[in-house]
Design a protein around this ligand. Structure first.
Ligand code: GLC
Length: 521
């Protein structure tokens, strides 16, 4: 028995029962690995797949998988009805709705044509409603009733401020779940994930009708004009501002990407029932890739990723999501820490409170470690100890270990993401009949807490994307990641006015769709 284990046993005997419980891992240590050995093993495993040549090879294999799903798949590479991008000249007042994983937001958006010297996009009013467990548990129509009540409150506020009695507003909805589009303004409700029960009893029904039924019951003077996935909304929103936008990336709790592709890149079967007029007009189409579902056979994984996947409610369902999003980065690091504590003597074998619970380590704590530039890591240490109390204070080298693995796990995520985006960009370039070196500059519109706030994440992803572009014959900066703030909700409004409604032969938008207020918001 090592001296460390002997002294730990003595410590346990001299402490209270609750402390004993927390220190039990000292005697359960499975091996005699040192922290240094363990740290270098973790580093080796996480760094092994990060070489750019390897990423290029993974990108090639991903492109094959993308092509397969563009040919046939009901759950990924889903074409929308959007076949034109905004010009930036669209105008009007619209109600933007954004149903995310944890918030429902409603905003009155004013789009003012830039060419008239107006201010592009403005949020005139916005309200945010947390979606807690009670709301996620609402089943079927009850969830849409909850949405309609919030819409009603916003309309009442609008009428009150403007002195109107019953203004009619057109709505666009950004939906952060898969949807099978059946018309520009609607789609069939598909399984929602993220812990929602709204689909219970109504899966496969018309999403627009579900929302509108609840709105009609309450006598609300609104009309649903566009439904788009949040990834597609982000692309539309940024395209309104920047005409080089052809792709988008969402990276927060969940992840996704959208891409504007030539229609011919998809098989005809993917378009379902659409009027001939749509096919006659459409040269390109905005595609919701559901990128999180790709790469199961491509991404190199470690034993901690395998453990996470095996314990997941939906193993293998979203392999890329499980490696890169806010929900999982903390969990991967937690699994590594638990192993370090139980097998390599980290924290002298003491398990901090709650650290053994699944998903207990918040990704914000990883960000705190990576963002702490003090030599003593004081700020990060307090963030960690606030969430996970300990009897003995952690040592500096242990805090440095947490910082290092947070950095490695996030760096791997940035590299995998850059690889998936490079594959999508290459596929788009090839579908346009161009070589990588011939393509004009493409902007990827980005939204989500990780890409926006995790220290160094976006720059690290951009660096790798640049290296991949250069290696595949394009120039550095051929593709750039740009933040698109508030893009889901803006995109919902933009979607309303850049839809060519071929079923009615009219183009909607281009005008204010509300009674002209005397005192504009
Ligand atoms: C999930 C959903 C997807 C959504 C993404 C970002 O991966 O499947 O539809 O776009 O999260 O919110």
């Amino acid at each position: 028995m090592s001296a460390m284990v002997t002294s730990a046993l003595q410590l346990i005997q001299s402490t209270s029962p609750s402390k004993r419980q927390r220190l039990r891992h000292v005697v359960e240590r499975k091996g005699e690995k040192s922290m240094d050995e363990f740290a270098s093993e973790v580093r080796g495993l996480l760094e092994a797949p990060l070489q750019v040549e390897q990423s290029l090879d993974m990108s090639t294999r991903l492109q094959e998988e993308y092509r397969e799903k563009l040919n046939a798949s009901d759950i990924s590479m889903l074409p929308s009805f959007q076949h034109t991008l905004p010009t930036g000249d669209e105008r009007g007042d619209f109600l933007g709705l954004d149903v995310g994983g944890s918030t429902f937001r409603i905003a009155l958006i004013r789009l003012g044509a830039k060419s008239n010297g107006e201010d592009g996009m403005q949020v005139r009013r916005i309200r945010s409603f947390p979606i807690n467990k009670a709301i996620r548990d609402l089943q079927g129509q009850a969830f849409f009733d909850w949405m309609a009540e919030r819409i009603g409150e916003m309309l009442a506020e609008y009428n009150h401020i403007n002195g109107t009695r019953d203004a009619r507003l057109l709505m666009g909805l950004a939906w952060s779940f898969p949807v099978e589009q059946t018309s520009p303004r609607s789609g069939r409700l598909l399984a929602m994930g993220k812990g929602f029960k709204a689909t219970y009893g109504v899966e496969g029904q018309d999403l627009s009708e579900l929302v509108m039924r609840s709105c009609r019951t309450r006598g609300l003077n609104v009309e649903m004009r566009a439904i788009v996935n949040d990834g597609a909304a982000t692309l539309l929103s940024q395209a309104y501002r920047d005409p080089s936008t052809r792709m988008s990336l969402i990276l927060g709790t969940g992840m996704n990407a959208a891409v504007f592709l030539p229609v011919k890149a998809l098989s005809s079967g993917k378009f379902g029932e659409r009027p001939d007029s749509w096919h006659a007009a459409a040269k390109h189409v905005l595609v919701n890739t559901e990128l999180s579902m790709f790469g199961k056979q491509v991404w190199p994984v470690t034993r901690w990723d395998e453990e996470l996947n095996a314990k997941h409610m939906l193993p293998d369902f979203q392999p890329l999501e499980y490696l890169v999003t806010g929900r999982y980065l903390g969990e991967i690091v937690r699994l590594i820490l638990v192993e370090a504590i139980t097998t390599a003597g980290m924290f002298n074998g003491e398990m901090p409170s709650r650290l053994e619970e699944d998903y207990a380590l918040d990704t914000r704590i990883l960000a705190a470690f990576q963002g702490d530039n003090t030599a003593t890591l004081t700020k990060a240490k307090s963030a960690f100890l606030r969430a996970h109390t300990m009897f003995a204070p952690p040592q500096l080298r242990e805090l440095q270990f947490i910082r290092d693995i947070s950095q490695l796990v996030a760096q791997r995520a940035a590299v995998y993401l850059a690889t998936a985006l490079h594959a999508l960009w290459t596929l788009r370039t090839t579908a346009e009949g161009l070589e990588p070196g011939e393509a004009s500059h493409v902007t990827i519109a980005c939204d989500g807490t990780i890409v926006e706030k995790y220290p160094d994440f976006r720059s690290s992803c951009q660096r790798h994307l640049d290296e991949l572009c250069v290696l595949s014959g394009a120039s550095k900066g051929a593709v750039t990641l740009e933040m698109a703030p508030e893009s889901s909700i803006f995109g919902a409004a933009v979607a309303v006015c850049c839809l060519e409604d071929t079923s009615e032969g009219t183009r909607v938008g281009f005008a204010a769709h509300v009674e002209q207020p005397q005192h504009p918001w």
